[in-house]
Design a binder for this molecule. Structure first.
Ligand code: NAD
Ligand code: UD1
Length: 341
């Protein structure tokens, strides 16, 4: 019965991770303010795992809430997902993004320090590599200043955590740099539930495929890639969730800073992804070629060998699995999670 505090545990990646944690014998204690998620996901976790996770509705920026949780439960460590994540919105609302992501993390760390909880896994992103000099990207590549507050907040938090490790060598800090998480639970009961117009590729594709949007804009077909469209390392959210369980098993008890790419180690172009989704839904999906999106890079994919060696973890699910599971989630929940439970 290891109690793990999961901030942002009702969100897209957090909810799938909670499920895998329960199945691996851990007890997640979720803290979420539902700013970008809905309580209905808890029922789905219960339905799939047979266990109702402990849920505290609250904000990571509210120190008394954190103190209460650390007093109430024997928390062994934290997986820190909570944060705002929309790149475009972060440019419009920098104060909100830094306040939530950076100040929120500082409040969490203060409360952890006070409660003598010294283990944390942080949701970082491949965005910290900026436009890398080459692919595949290894963890040893330099991190580069981001062009938007979202990316910058990830860099700042990574830096803060490394500074904490410097003065507190007994802390265990794991930075997981996710590539492009996609897909859904294979049951069709859990998935990504973006509010408004999706910014990311696969939710946009499924909404076109189901008829909620007219067509996909393919941002740029003149990149130096095999078909001219952007190449990314898409990783199934269930593989990503398993990556967190692996990090808990292999690194949580080891002091120091541990950094891992969580990706598949291969890239797919926008058109290849589109094709996989056409196969999954059984019909063609309308698209138009459009100009490049500002801030996009040509190629971003991981060297995932460090996680394979040290965490004994490797992504198992294929692009077809990602497309099929996404499609099942979309068709069975065309409006996402219900508002009322
Ligand atoms: P998400 O928005 O679905 O989940 C984040 C959760 O945190 C939501 O449930 C939200 O309600 C909650 N939250 C936000 N601010 C909070 C606060 N102040 N207090 C309490 N709860 C709060 O996002 P996700 O896709 O599951 O991403 C999880 C983490 O992974 C984020 O930190 C994100 O930046 C990072 N990440 C995501 C991706 C991706 O493509 N999804 C890629 C790289 C990194
Ligand atoms: C984006 C963010 C990144 C974040 C990641 C995960 C930007 C610039 N980067 O990465 O910081 O960590 O999401 O949340 O926003 N595409 C289209 N049409 C669309 C949408 C996307 O062609 O409607 C293309 C993009 O140009 C890109 C690929 O699809 O080549 C993937 O895009 P997206 O899903 O937004 O992820 P990233 O841009 O890789």
């Amino acid at each position: 019965m290891s109690y793990i505090l999961i901030t942002g545990g009702t969100g897209y990646i957090g909810s799938h991770t909670c499920l895998q944690l329960i199945q691996a014998g851990y007890t997640p204690v979720i803290l979420d303010n539902f700013i970008n998620s809905k309580p209905a996901v808890l029922q789905r976790i219960t339905q799939l795992s047979g266990q109702t996770p402990i849920m505290i509705e609250g904000d990571i920026r509210h120190r008394p809430t954190l103190e209460k949780i650390f007093k109430q439960y024997p928390i062994e460590g934290v997986i820190h997902f909570a944060g705002l994540k929309a790149v475009g919105e972060s440019v419009q609302k920098p104060i909100e993004y830094y306040e939530n992501n950076v100040a929120g993390t500082l409040t969490l760390l203060e409360a952890m320090q006070q409660a003598q909880v010294k283990r944390i896994i942080f949701s970082s992103s491949a965005t910290v590599y900026g436009d890398p000099a080459s692919v595949p990207i290894r963890e040893s590549f330099p991190t580069l200043s981001a062009t938007n507050p979202y990316g910058q907040s990830k860099l700042m938090i990574e830096r803060i955590l490394q500074d904490v490790a410097h003065v507190s060598p007994d802390w265990s800090i794991t930075l997981l740099r996710y590539f492009n998480p996609v897909g859904a639970h294979p049951s069709g009961l859990m998935g990504e539930d973006p509010q408004g117009i999706p910014n990311n590729l696969t939710p946009y594709i499924t909404q076109v495929a189901i008829g909620r949007r007219e067509q996909l804009s393919v941002f740029g077909n003149d990149y130096p890639t095999p078909d001219g469209t952007g190449v990314r390392d898409y990783i199934h959210v269930m593989d990503l969730a398993d990556g967190h369980v692996a990090a808990l098993k292999h690194k949580f008890s080891e002091a120091g800073v541990h950094i891992y790419n969580l990706g598949t180690g291969r890239g797919y172009s926008v058109l290849e992804v589109l094709k996989a989704f056409e196969k999954a839904c059984g019909h063609s999906i309308r698209y138009q070629l459009s100009p490049r999106r500002a801030g996009d890079i040509a190629e971003c994919w991981s060297d995932a060998s460090k996680a394979a060696t040290e965490l004994h973890w490797q992504a198992q699910r294929s692009l077809d699995d990602m497309a099929q599971d996404c499609w099942r989630w979309q068709t069975e929940n065309p409006q996402g999670y219900p508002d009322n439970v």
